[in-house]
Design a protein around this ligand. Sequence first.
Ligand code: UDP
Length: 384
Amino acid sequence: MPAPLRILTIVGARPQFIKAAALDRAIRGPFKGRIEGTIVHTGQHYDAEMSDVFFSELGLPTPDVNLHAAGDRPGTVIARMMEGLERVILELKPDVALVYGDTNSTLAGALAAMRSKVRVAHVEAGLRSFNKRMPEEINRIMADQCSTWLFCPTSTAVRNLEREGYPLHNTGQASLDAPQVLNCGDVMYDNTLHFASVAKERSSVLRDHGLEPAAFILATVHREHNTDDAVRLTSIVRSLIELHARTATPVVLPLHPRTRKRMSELLDPSLHAALSAARGIRLLPPVGYLDMLALETNARLVITDSGGVQKEAYFLARPTLILRAETEWTELVEHGHSVLVDVDQGRILNEAERSLNASPTVYPALFGDGRAAAHICEQILRTA
Ligand code: UDP
């Protein structure tokens, strides 16, 4: 029997722990013996609520290495991550380095592995928002350029890569100069299918916060583009307060640590006080994945700037308003299930009221067959 293929998974941020859980189930399940996995955590997200809870809830093993490379200045953080990752890669000599999504950990991981001559697999390749002012867009383009396997979650992502000149029909051995593009489906969809019933059984978040199914709005805000801009953040907060005032529907807002910090730094003190005092707006700490799934499943409407939450809302057939001018998940908008409202108060209120009164619609399957992780493992084994 050939030696197992050694895959080094590089994670660092909340959505990556969640995505890694799907691959980890495959590597330690059906691919056991053929693939050997090691996990390195860059330390980008480090506290219990943003990191540890996902490892315990999702059954993800404690990372083999933690680089503790958190910080505020992106250049310094990326450099620190790359330095640590290069050391780990030279020591472990993996066959493949696997990175997810579009964070600074993705960029650092892809660059460090590529420069150490280790082939990179990028999960969530090919996504484009066509807004390079967002650091995530640069991170995803650069990660794709460093990759040997580009695992696309949707056909739109494949088309984006085709437009950029990536070959679509390379079936031989994969290399940096002959990369492979595969539409494997979305690992987050794998996870939603896997964990939805677990969340139903184990999460008490609705009971804990006195929420009735289908009678609250779930909101999340964490993109730097929104949190670090006083005008945008103010508009979002005013809109949520006004939305509650008009509809009397509770708004649940699990706060990313950056958002909480920026709210106290950037909001006018009277608005900050009004937000904290608004009884219908429930400001929660970040919640674990199972609680989040329970909230998404039961929300009447989701309002978010998160890529992952947009998609999960779609998987769970919840109408969504996206607090951005554009999205890399364009099919959600094209099919009319999500609406781009940016941070325009008038649009947020109108679209929210329209969604709250609309009748339920059908959400066609656009994100694969729920076996994205298995497709990824099979493809790497076949073409490594
Ligand atoms: N999430 C969570 N708790 C929260 C907010 C989000 O578990 O309080 C999960 C959410 O269900 C999704 C992922 O985190 O799976 C999305 O991550 P995030 O919004 O941080 O990043 P993005 O997807 O925008 O990159």
